[in-house]
Design a protein around this ligand. Structure first.
Ligand SMILES: *Cc1c(COP(=O)(O)O)cnc(C)c1O
Length: 417
């Protein structure tokens, strides 16, 4: 809270009094300690990659580079960006519909592994490696049945989806790999393991452990069945954030302790187990701040209109939830600035504006669409024009998933603490 107050003070110190605040604040220190704690808790044969699509800001990548084992790219654009920003960090590349040019780029960059999403993609990689006479490592991304596993709000597998290879095509995939021409008795395209990412928004430790157990048993069965000697299992990301109750945090350390026991029990100690998490790594370190422009009552309900909206911060609209927030009253900020009052707030309040006391209010942005809602019917103790709405957990799938050009509003300020 104190660091957010000081960040807002910094952002407003040179502010044009006619331009109220709208900003993303990222706490890189918080990010680094959280990511370090995640890595340190992992069992010894496990490693953490960061799924960059959650938040690919250069500053975020720089903060994470010394902590995580590598980055996951989900497009050729990301692959280029990640390589440009942190050329020394190992990369992996997944996602459906990869272009030939993107596969070629991945092979040329000699990345750690390509995650193969279909037989067609496998054939393209085999062709490219033969043409180039270059080696590459792959994982087969598989879509397996999820019998007995509880689904989350966002499940990408165990049912018809565009993600991963159907189990009934695994025979053909293994055949294609075995039939490929070899270079000095080495396969050009080397199968190093399997990849699973079947669920996102996972909030339950036991359910996630059950999912891991399913991945481990499937991995072991296939290694035996196809007589494969594989060194790597990518178990995806998908650890969730409870936006409805952010105090309820996925207990990563208990998960890791029980994971270690599961690894021993299921004889997975010799296999490298790789996580590729996005949301859980970066969500909590981001804050989206809107200064309140207007407060009005309409058909019996109160609305507070903030400077900004879902064109900057689509997360609540995309997830259809009330986003967690707190209010920073302008007088608290003014007090923090040691006597110098907030000129923007006084400009906003130069006409008579309503103040809410102990009311329900819907927090919206400036867009001309009823979907521009960040939180509905929220109880507030006190809210006035000029106050700051601080939305927490805005560090993942936030700015970069938003339709930033809609209505041509200015971009938010950005501050990396
Ligand atoms: C998006 C994605 C991730 C990261 O998911 P989170 O829910 O953000 O942890 C990991 N792997 C794949 C294949 C993905 O598409």
């Amino acid at each position: 809270m104190d660091n957010i107050i000081s960040a807002i003070s910094t952002l407003t110190s040179d502010q044009d009094p006619h331009s109220p605040l709208c900003a993303y604040i990222y706490d890189l220190q918080q990010l680094k300690s959280h990511a370090s704690a995640m890595v340190n808790a992992l069992p010894s044969n496990c490693e953490l990659y960061y799924a960059a699509k959650a938040n690919p800001e250069a500053e975020v990548l720089e903060a994470l580079a010394p902590i995580v084992q590598g980055f996951e790219a989900a497009s050729g654009g990301e692959l280029n960006w990640l390589h440009e920003c942190q050329p020394q960090v190992p990369l992996i590349f997944g996602g459906p519909g990869k272009l030939m040019s993107e596969l070629s780029q991945a092979i040329d960059l000699n990345i750690d592994a390509i995650h193969v999403e279909s037989l067609t993609e496998l054939r393209r990689i085999l062709l490219l490696c033969q043409q180039k006479q270059r080696h590459c490592r792959i994982l087969l991304r598989m879509n397996i049945a999820l019998e007995g596993i509880e689904e989350t709000r966002l499940t990408m597998g165990g049912k018809p989806t565009p993600f991963g290879i159907d189990v009934c095509e695994l025979d053909s995939a293994i055949d294609l790999l075995r039939q490929q021409p070899r270079l000095s008795n080495q396969p050009l395209v080397e199968l190093v393991g399997f990849h699973f990412h079947l669920m996102s928004h996972q909030l339950d430790v036991d359910r996630h452990l059950a999912l891991m157990a399913l991945y481990f048993s499937t991995f072991n069965t296939w290694c035996q069945q196809y007589d494969l000697n594989l060194s790597l299992l990518n178990v995806g990301g998908g650890i969730g954030v409870n936006y409805a109750d952010p105090q309820q945090v996925f207990d990563w350390s208990r998960f890791c302790i029980e994971l270690e026991q599961l690894i021993t029990k299921m004889h997975m100690n010799k296999v490298k187990i790789r996580f590729e998490c996005g949301r859980f790594v970066t969500a909590a370190m981001g804050y989206y701040v809107m200064q309140v422009l207007d407060i009005k009552k309409n058909h019996g309900q109160w609305f507070a209109i903030g400077h900004g909206g879902t064109h900057h911060f689509r997360t609540p609209a995309a997830q259809d939830h009330n986003h967690p927030f707190f209010i920073l009253n302008q007088d608290v900020l003014a007090a923090n600035k040691q006597g110098c009052s907030s000129t923007t707030a006084s400009t906003l309040n130069d006409v008579n504006t309503p103040t809410l006391n102990n009311q329900q209010v819907t927090l919206v942005g400036q867009l001309c669409t009823p979907k521009d809602v960040l939180a509905k019917q929220q109880y507030v103790q006190k809210l006035a024009v000029g106050d700051y709405l601080v939305f927490t957990h805005a560090g993942a799938y936030a700015w970069n998933i938003s339709h930033q050009h809609f209505l041509m509003h200015a971009a938010p300020k950005r501050l990396f603490m």
